[in-house]
Design a protein around this ligand. Sequence first.
Ligand code: HEM
Length: 352
Amino acid sequence: MRGSLAAAYAWLDERFDLGALVEFARHKRVPVHRGSVFYYAGGVTAFLFLLQVGTGILLLMYYRVGTDASYESVRYITTKVPFGWLMRSVHSWGANLMVLFVLLHMLSVLFMKAYRKPRELTWLTGCALLGLSMAFGFSGYLLPWNELAYFATKVGTDIVGQVPLVGHWLLRLVRGGDEVTGATLSRFFGLHVAILPALLTSLMGVHLLFVQTQGMAGADRAKKTMAFFPNFLLRDAIFWLVVLNAVCALAVFFPWELGKKADALASAPTGIKPEWYFLSQYQFLKVLPGRIGPVAGELVGIAVIGAAGLVFALVPFWERLVPEGRRDRAVELFGWVSLAVLGAMTAWGYLS
Ligand code: HEM
């Protein structure tokens, strides 16, 4: 076996100079310190994305899009297709865990200041990946065409309509008309199974290429490091297995509900809320007064949320305005305050 592998390697190396590739994989070293466990968050996110693609392709085998087919096909998947219920629950729990790990990865990168020169673009591609991951959640949520998803999508897309000047155009673009209908379902389906996968895959490729090219932040200064390939990667794989088990356990013990089919003529059930990762924004918009001076409260809310996102994305640049001696503390404080505000608004949204 060892002989044939070596022969295959030599054959390929003669034709493609694998040496450079192996060196490229091998040169990356990972710092070993108290916070090293957070280095697995990015890899786990990538693994969960692959799990989503795998289970998504299986669901696509039976899922049919349309107001008279989507709900029925998901019900067929969960009641008639062998292990269909498991694939659907793994896909739903996987989506939530992927967003959780993206946030964990982003916060760990922030507190480790791993966005600093020369990694500003890694950070910015990361911010875009966060946006794409949440768009995946939002578009996928509507596809079962059940009551919860229908009204949550109505609330979510209503917010888009508040954007000044282009609001109504944007709303019609997202919904495929003035209301949430079969046209919205088709658009969200196209977004979820074609546009977003293409965007996220290519952007993740760029993100990982940056990381592989530049190496891990702090590796050059760290007292102790470990080779990424194979040592760190094998540890990564153990984490993926643990996460896979966790997703399967959640899917088995808390299978994802389907609920009632969406009915556009019915009134919205009380207590409709978006997914947890949209709750803080939703609650913030909800508690704002109808009007703030001459401006609609929701409009002010959208502007504040947009500005907060921008401040977050531009951390690598505005932190340079802080005197060097106080920069680390300023960014840590910014991180903790952001976490506290997001956590409090999410809890408030969940409890109210
Ligand atoms: C689909 C989403 C994402 C995936 C799959 C992903 C994947 C990864 C992986 C595998 C690494 C190397 C190991 C590690 O540090 O964890 C990494 C590093 C990095 N990521 Fe991400 N990431 C994602 C989103 C983000 C986000 C949202 C941000 C920030 C806003 C971000 C910023 C960074 C930075 C700055 C590094 C370099 C860290 C260093 O050199 O120490 N990433 N990413």
